[in-house]
Design a protein around this ligand. Structure first.
Ligand code: NI
Length: 174
């Protein structure tokens, strides 16, 4: 296993519309494993392939089914996931490994049903609630080049863009 580099906003690779997965081979499994390791290392609950610079419709997550029972975890790699039902708008407080040290409130749905394939290509469906549902919506947005900060006001986004561009420049100089 290997920890991968996380792509940081405003990197253009976060804006790609990712490609459907058609080959379910060892390379895909290895990528998912590496994404899990990267997610754990950065204390995230979810990670999407474009966040490690890969244009594939693959996300990994490890999140409680129910926040009241934190020990029962939905640990899964979702391939070609599609939300087929969403209900009950809610406000969620989110962060993202690609937008470090920033949280914001965005509008989501409290209940979603997602269909996806496993790493072996098996079809599955799952209905999720609360944080689990939010995580699915956040990660799936990444596959279409969308970030949670896109839902903020234009002014807030411009401030963030400046802040992270500056940080990146400093990193390059260091
Ligand atoms: Ni994210």
């Amino acid at each position: 296993m290997a920890k991968l580099d996380v792509v940081i906003f405003p990197d253009e690779r976060l804006r790609q519309h990712c490609k459907e997965v058609t080959v379910f081979d060892d390379e895909l499994k290895q990528l998912a494993e590496d994404m899990f390791e990267t997610m754990y290392a950065d204390d995230g609950v979810g990670l999407a392939a474009p966040q490690v610079g890969i244009s594939k419709r693959l996300v990994v997550m490890e999140v409680p089914f129910d926040e009241e029972k934190p020990e029962e975890l939905f640990k899964e790699a979702l391939v070609n996931p599609v939300i087929i039902k969403k209900e009950n708008p809610m406000v969620s407080k989110e962060g993202c490994l690609s937008v470090p040290d920033y949280v914001a409130e965005v509008e989501r749905f409290a209940d979603v049903t997602v269909k996806y394939q496993t790493l072996d290509g098996e079809e599955k469906e799952c209905t999720a609630h609360g944080l689990h549902a939010v995580c699915i919506q956040h990660e799936l947005d990444h596959l279409d080049g969308k970030l949670f900060i896109d839902m903020l006001s234009r002014l807030k986004r411009q401030m963030l863009q400046k802040k992270y561009t500056k940080l990146k420049r400093r990193e390059h100089l260091a």
